[in-house]
Design a protein around this ligand. Sequence first.
Ligand SMILES: Nc1ncnc2c1ncn2[C@@H]1O[C@H](COP(=O)(O)OP(=O)(O)O)[C@@H](O)[C@H]1O
Ligand SMILES: [Mg+2]
Length: 265
Amino acid sequence: MSGNAAATVEFDRAAKQYAGSEDYAIRDLSLTIPAGKLTIFIGPSGSGKTTAMRLVNRMIELTDGDVRVDGVSVKDRSPAELRRGIGYAIQQIGLFPHQTVAENIATVPKLIGWDDKRVKARTTELLELIGLEPELAKRYPAQLSGGQRQRVGVARALAADPPLLLMDEPFGAIDPITRGRLQEEFRRLQTELGKTVIFVTHDIDEALKLGDHIAVLRPGGELAQFATAEELVRDPADEFVEQFVGADRMIARLEWLTQVRGERT
Ligand SMILES: Nc1ncnc2c1ncn2[C@@H]1O[C@H](COP(=O)(O)OP(=O)(O)O)[C@@H](O)[C@H]1O
Ligand SMILES: [Mg+2]
């Protein structure tokens, strides 16, 4: 499947203070998310993961600093235009309940004016790519399992072949076994498609398993460390990261990392 080139995303002293709030949700965040890689934002609840992610597609507006996608500030692009190049998948899935699986997947392609034939071909291709039976195309979200719905959510985010995907705890609400399978399949898919993915999770195992790079946020929305999975486990920047990664289990984690990432490390 040929795709649009992957995008680079730069956070440049990005900050967000919500109206009426004294504290910053994100403070002085600077990091460069490399093209074609899967970068994780992880941190405890309330550390600003969702806020940071939504600054990228302007679902949330910056208070200070900048975010650039392929060198262009998000402030210089209209939210609508920006979002056409950014797939978005969230835990609550947000599938349209009165639309079939096929219609849900076709949302963005239709919006940007693809003809029916192209939309249909793309839907068929995506169902296969994400491992869903073609017959499921005619079903409604309520007629699917949680895991199937999540797959449809990923397919919908990929539909118009965007260079950048934002995923906010996309596998959060799924049982552990299905979740493990989806993680593995998604990892494989991402390697194959070469998209830039920003993936939010609060689950350190998920982060270590999936992330090429991992940004750890601490309470107060500051970046604690930006590193590869291995670096994070071997050389945590401070006590907070050490605790978060589970330093007491470092040896076990290194062995486990070699196992789950074996084909890639
Ligand atoms: N719309 C909002 N208005 C005011 N405060 C918000 C809003 N959304 C999030 N916050 C606050 O910003 C901080 C970061 O939230 P969030 O980005 O959702 O964190 P996370 O995704 O890491 O759990 C939290 O203190 C949260 O209460
Ligand atoms: Mg969140």
